[in-house]
Design a protein around this ligand. Structure first.
Ligand code: GZL
Length: 307
């Protein structure tokens, strides 16, 4: 009787595992792999039954996955929206089914914030501002024009939109700093290399590359070296994430400045799942802590990096 009483008090019967449905963006970058590992390991540690899907960076696949979790009557749905728009319908379906939703990593542009319990992730505008500030400091005495090319993240994604706007907002303080070309590399190495090749062919003088993630910067480095130029010297490179291969390149002076974007969101997500199921009020926004790395700092940090 005591056990059944305990079970009836909490929202979960004592022996039933919490079922968490997670709809992941894809496996496009080192950051994403580290993020997936953090979520899978944290769910196991929390004793949750994790249902996990990879949408290959396609919104329709994420929506399908969320609908399948609704059908399966999972306890909580969490996902990292590949793009900001187009989520209201499926989030309303989850709400009508009485299944709480938690956003991780990327935000949605829904006006109705009752459609999700919280958004756990970085401040991408601040990341763009940090990247821009480093460049402004580097070129504060520049007399001539500084030609910048930009490899944007996935079109329509919160990190691409916000890293662009934060960067632009800061560099306008120096009219010499000019973005002469800007195009999406979809957060992948392959596309980053391809677009950088095109930038190099179309522009005779490129001084700086601003890449929205390390993977595109690493692809661009291949293109820069193939063109007989020295990355980090002939073309300064600023990137975002701080994954192992990015930190490695920075420690070798091929990337000059990295703005960290923390992928290890698993523990905060599992805490939020428990709090939501316990009926606790949680903040609508949980911002993850992160820093920056110059080449010297990357060299010192390399031995201790977890991912
Ligand atoms: C940022 C995340 C971005 C990373 C990329 O939080 O959404 O997606 O910066 C990843 O590496 O592909």
């Amino acid at each position: 009787a005591a056990e059944s009483a305990a079970a009836s008090e909490s929202s979960q019967p004592a022996d039933k595992k919490v079922v968490l449905g997670f709809a992941q963006v894809g496996a496009e970058s080192g950051w994403r792999s580290a993020n997936t590992k953090s979520i899978q390991e944290s769910a196991a540690t929390a004793g949750f039954d994790l249902k996990f899907s990879d949408a290959q960076q396609k919104q329709e696949n994420q929506i399908k996955a969320i609908r399948s979790y609704i059908q399966q009557k999972v306890d909580v749905i969490a996902f990292s929206p590949v793009v900001e728009s187009g989520w209201d319908t499926v989030l309303k379906e989850a709400k009508e089914a009485g299944i709480p939703v938690i956003l991780t990593d990327r935000a949605v542009d829904s006006e109705d914030t009752s459609l999700y319990k919280t958004f756990i992730g970085s401040d991408f505008v601040e990341e763009g501002r940090k990247a821009g500030q480093w460049l402004v400091d580097q070129y504060k005495d520049a007399s001539g024009e500084v030609n910048i090319v930009e490899l944007q993240g996935t079109t329509g994604s919160a990190p691409a939109n916000d890293r662009k706007s934060g960067f632009l907002d800061v560099i306008t303080s120096n009219p010499n700093l000019k973005i002469i070309a800007s195009q999406t590399g979809d957060f992948t190495r392959a596309k980053g290399k391809e677009v950088m090749q095109a930038f190099l062919q179309a522009n005779k003088k490129i001084d700086v590359l601003y890449a929205h993630n390390d993977d595109m910067a690493l692809g661009a480095i291949q293109a820069i070296e193939a063109a007989g130029l020295k990355p980090g010297v002939d073309i300064k490179i600023i990137s975002v994430d701080g994954v192992h291969d990015g930190i490695q390149a920075a420690s070798e002076g091929k990337i000059n400045f990295i703005v960290e974007c923390n992928p290890l969101l698993g523990p905060q997500l599992m805490t939020a799942v428990n709090d939501v199921l316990a009926g606790k009020d949680i903040p609508l926004r949980i911002v993850t802590e992160e820093g920056t790395f110059t080449s010297e700092q990357a060299l010192a940090a390399l031995p201790n990096r977890q991912y």
